[in-house]
Design a protein around this ligand. Structure first.
Ligand code: DER
Length: 222
């Protein structure tokens, strides 16, 4: 199971660094990491990036510390929807947890991402996944009007089990943007009034990407 393999490789890195506070991302690869972490000798505190991760950590008996109450995080582990290598960057937000994931990454000293080989491409957008953005509901019309002005195709993310749009853990909406045009306009999109987060993590938020086939990108491991 490549997700389990990547999770175990990340756990090894984490235990080497003996973090007092560990940031835990979201998604199915991170689910495997949480399972492995719960069976390890890790004794630190954890901060979460989603209700899903919080409930899973709580279920495993971890003390989940409120993200707002920490000033810094030692190490974080998260997944990604696309890893491009030229330049090294991530597309995240497939699980609609992008805002808190980016907060954790910005507070963390060492950020580890775990992916299976299907996520790794050479150029941004090669994988064909959209770029998610988190939008404050009241600003939806203004944001979509601006996206159309910029020539960016968008769609409101709808989920299963609920009619209408996905609502994030922060009470916001998610728009999925066609990747190529959005990639060219990342700074403009980030600056639109009502856009709370953009699901692209660039080099400054990446320390180590671990692929389950053994490839590693970013800073050398310790
Ligand atoms: O939303 C995210 O960025 C998550 O990390 C997630 O999309 C990762 O995907 P996975 O479920 O394949 O690990």
């Amino acid at each position: 199971d490549p997700k389990l393999t990547a999770a175990r490789m990340a756990l090894e890195e984490v235990l080497k660094r003996q973090p007092k506070i560990l940031g835990v991302g979201s998604g199915t690869t991170v689910h495997k990491f949480i399972d492995e972490l719960s069976r390890s000798e890790f004794t630190g505190k954890v901060v979460s990036t989603s209700f899903d991760t919080t409930l899973r950590l709580k279920e495993k008996g971890f003390e989940v510390v409120d993200l707002m109450s920490v000033n810094r995080i030692d190490v974080s582990v998260d997944g990604a929807d696309e890893v491009s290598t030229e330049p090294l960057s991530l597309i995240k937000g497939g699980g609609a947890a992008l805002l808190r994931e980016k907060v954790v990454a910005e507070l963390s000293s060492f950020r580890i991402y775990i992916v299976d080989p299907s996520k790794v491409v050479e150029k941004p957008c090669d994988r064909g996944v959209p770029i998610p953005i988190e939008v404050v509901p009241v600003s939806l019309s203004a944001v979509t009007k601006n996206l159309e002005r910029l020539g960016v195709k968008w769609s409101v993310r709808t989920g299963s089990g609920k009619l209408g749009p996905v609502i994030t853990d922060n009470g916001n909406l998610v728009l999925d943007l066609e990747c190529n045009r959005a990639w060219e306009l990342l700074e403009e999109i980030k600056s639109l009034n009502g856009v709370a987060a953009v699901g692209v993590f660039e080099r400054d938020l990446i320390d180590l990407v671990i692929v389950s086939d053994g490839r590693k990108y970013g800073k050398d491991t310790m």
